[in-house]
Design a protein. Sequence first.
Length: 365
Amino acid sequence: MARTSSSGGGKAGRPVTLALVAQRAGVSTQTVSNALNSPELLAPGTLARVQEAIAELDYRPHRAARSLRTRSSLLIGYGVQPASSGRSTPVLDGFLHALSDSADRAGYRILLFAEPAAEGAGPSATGGTGDYDELLREQSVDAFVLSGTHRGDPRPGLLHKRGVPFVAFGRSWSARDTGDWVDVDGAYGTAAAVDHLVAAGHRRIAFLGWPRGSGSGDDRARGWREAMRRHRLSVRDLRLSSVDDVDAARDTMRRALPGVTAVVTASDTLALGCYRALWDAGLSPGEDVAVTGFDDSPAAALLSPSLSSVHQPLEEVGRACIRLLVSRIRNPGAAPEQILLEPSLVVRDSSAVRSAGGPAPGPQR
């Protein structure tokens, strides 16, 4: 039986072994092994007892020994693309932390690799399969987490054809869903923004999103449009488009400001462009024109006025991605599973309802 490394828990500095965990839980070493590798084989009470012993002893399976035993790398590939001008990337920090932490708890590590952006498919879309081919040829990873999915994305089809486990952060945006995915309901988020603005008395509510063709961008536009129609409000000439860039968004809004009392945007970057267009026109965000963003980036609360924005549960997305992926690795033939999570609108000064002469209310979810 392979010995294991430990960051504590053993008596007199001894490394914590599978046998010590078994002794603490009152089970066999094979039962502990099953708890780590095939928990579905154990009764719930037994599994809980073993997991408690693992936590108490801070037991960590020796990755090299486990890799040799299972003939796998115990690595999960995740492609990242470089930040472009005007984009706010800190919103993904919570997702990546939850992804890495959940993978570690399942006995895996996340391998980050550079991935090029896909042209014309939204601000976070990725494209190409060359890096995936190379990693698979080198047998560097066991599975992948995808993000930046978009219409025509070749990656899900490639991995599905090769029988490589994967889960996507984002829907496939095609008529045929391939594989497991976890996503945030963008339409729900922009609809919530419209509902909030209508309740505040707004009727001419524009939408500033990305050019048509990106799955997530079109989804956010759909939420705005359907909410407007539900409130019997016109959407004519109120659908605006800009690349995800502050200056481009400012230029678009300069031409659209007359007659608009509120703007729902597809990102906090676009919302900042709205701010600048309003300032250029001598108007005040939140006073003359209400603005809402999407992503609830760290900058949203720091802007003046603070920006109302749709918050995505990215930590929950990261945990769910690893849960689905580990399940897929253990049971390749199971039916695909899809999870759609609801975001929440964080209301701040840029759209908060004010009583006559009263102070602006604090953030609300």
